[in-house]
Ligand binder design. Structure first.
Ligand SMILES: C=C1C[C@]23C[C@H]1CC[C@H]2[C@]1(C)CCC[C@@](C)(C(=O)O)[C@H]1[C@@H]3C(=O)O
Ligand SMILES: O=C(O)CCC(=O)C(=O)O
Ligand SMILES: [Fe+2]
Length: 378
């Protein structure tokens, strides 16, 4: 039976080497951690990366109603607002997006209930090495420092291959009682997939390229869905809920509660992207930045925590079909704007983030360098 260390990091009592604990058996228990006066050293971030945010980012709010109804002038207006945001930091918000508010509430409530389950129940769906699926506490099984102050539950969403994969995941791993939970996420992520493809169309329009070009990359992809749970922290100024990173994926659709904590690095400083009721936060990821030949920017962002309230977000990461070669349309490549990134596939980039490199603000550059150097040695 494992023993609880003073820091709330669970180590097996018959601990093999310290390294083996870190590799697979260290567990983050916020219930215990929050009782500690200090924060364990594993969660401390360097002074230069600690929260210091004082301003609010101008992430434009796009009303999707007219576009979703096929109104051409609304579409042009929405495309132009999105274009201006994506040329700078790649973040914008959408309202009148058509996702049922009660479905959003159900998704948030179910996440709250999942994270309040006893630790041993959550460990029944503990993320396995090399997979994105399952529960993680602070990624303590993957990393040994700068641990994020969060728990996450992630799963894939595939509307092409394995039908109702989320429902079967919940039932097979947690039992029949969790079938309703599985259906909430099946419906929620299904709605997210549909909306994300419509926004991909709008991005194509904003770039003046064929609408089908980008859709072809994403319509058959297996997307990543993640529930983030950020417990309050007794010393919030020395930790981070999610460290600075660009999403390596295509397009991110984020539902957040009204607590606040998402920050975007733009204009040379960290700026808060404060919650807007009924809005979804959208940002483009590295894969989509590469598909635009760097014209649209995937942007550094992070999540901070606070000392009073827990915070939740539910993130849908639209991913390209794993084997499709990521290559921008010819219209976006020119002598003035030559190819910025080598050909790659999402499978290769995902594998890089899961098995070689902790995603941060330099992921795509490091990945591209590794690709080019491995090709040069062949
Ligand atoms: C493909 C992915 C890897 C991460 C989840 C999705 C998109 C965002 C990535 C992540 C959130 C970036 C910050 C670091 C990370 C390890 C995390 O804090 O969760 C990243 C995710 C992951 O590798 O699990
Ligand atoms: O929870 C948030 O506000 C941000 C989370 C995030 O950036 C991520 O999970 O990629
Ligand atoms: Fe992110």
């Amino acid at each position: 039976m494992a023993s609880i260390t003073s820091s709330g990091l669970l180590h097996p009592s018959s601990a093999p080497s310290k390294e083996e604990d870190r590799r697979g058996r260290v567990i983050f228990d916020p219930f215990l951690l929050q009782k500690e006066t200090n924060v364990p050293k594993e969660f401390l971030w360097p002074q230069s990366e600690r929260p210091d945010c004082l301003e609010e980012v101008q992430a434009p709010v796009v009303d999707l109603k007219g576009f979703l109804q096929g109104d051409e002038s609304s579409t042009r207006r929405a495309a132009e607002i999105i274009r201006q945001a994506c040329l700078v930091h790649g973040f914008f918000q959408v309202i009148n997006h058509g996702i049922d508010p009660s479905l959003c509430r159900d998704a948030m409530r179910n996440a709250d209930e999942l994270f309040k389950l006893p630790l041993e129940t959550k460990l029944k769906i503990q993320r396995q090495r090399g997979s994105l699926w399952g529960y993680t506490g602070a990624h303590a099984d993957r990393f040994s420092s700068k641990l994020p102050w969060k728990e996450t539950i992630s799963f894939g969403y595939d509307n092409v291959g394995s039908k109702n994969g989320v429902v079967s995941y919940f039932v097979s791993s947690l039992g029949k009682d969790f079938e309703p939970t599985g259906w909430v996420y099946e419906r929620y992520f299904g709605a997210m997939k549909e909306l994300s493809l419509r926004i991909i169309d709008l991005l194509a329009i904003s770039l003046g390229v064929d609408r089908e070009y980008f859709r072809e990359y994403f319509k058959d992809g297996e997307s990543v869905s993640r529930c983030n749970y950020y417990p309050s922290c007794q010393v919030p100024e020395v930790v981070l809920g999610t460290g600075p990173h660009n999403d390596p994926t295509g397009l991110t659709l984020l539902l957040q509660d009204q607590v606040g904590g998402l920050e975007v690095f733009t204009d040379g400083k960290w700026q808060a992207l404060n919650p807007q009721p009924d809005a979804l936060v959208i940002n483009i990821g590295d894969t989509f930045m590469a598909l635009t030949n760097g014209i649209y920017k995937s942007c550094l962002h992070r999540a901070v925590v606070n000392s009073q309230l827990k915070r939740q977000s539910i993130v849908f990461f639209l991913c390209a079909k794993g084997d499709k070669v990521i290559r921008p349309p010819e219209a976006l490549v020119s002598q003035e704007n030559p190819r910025k990134y080598p050909d790659f596939t999402w499978s290769e980039l995902l594998n890089f983030t899961q098995n070689c490199y902790r995603a941060d603000g330099e992921t795509l550059q490091c990945f591209a360098q590794q690709l080019l150097s491995s090709k040069a040695t062949k």
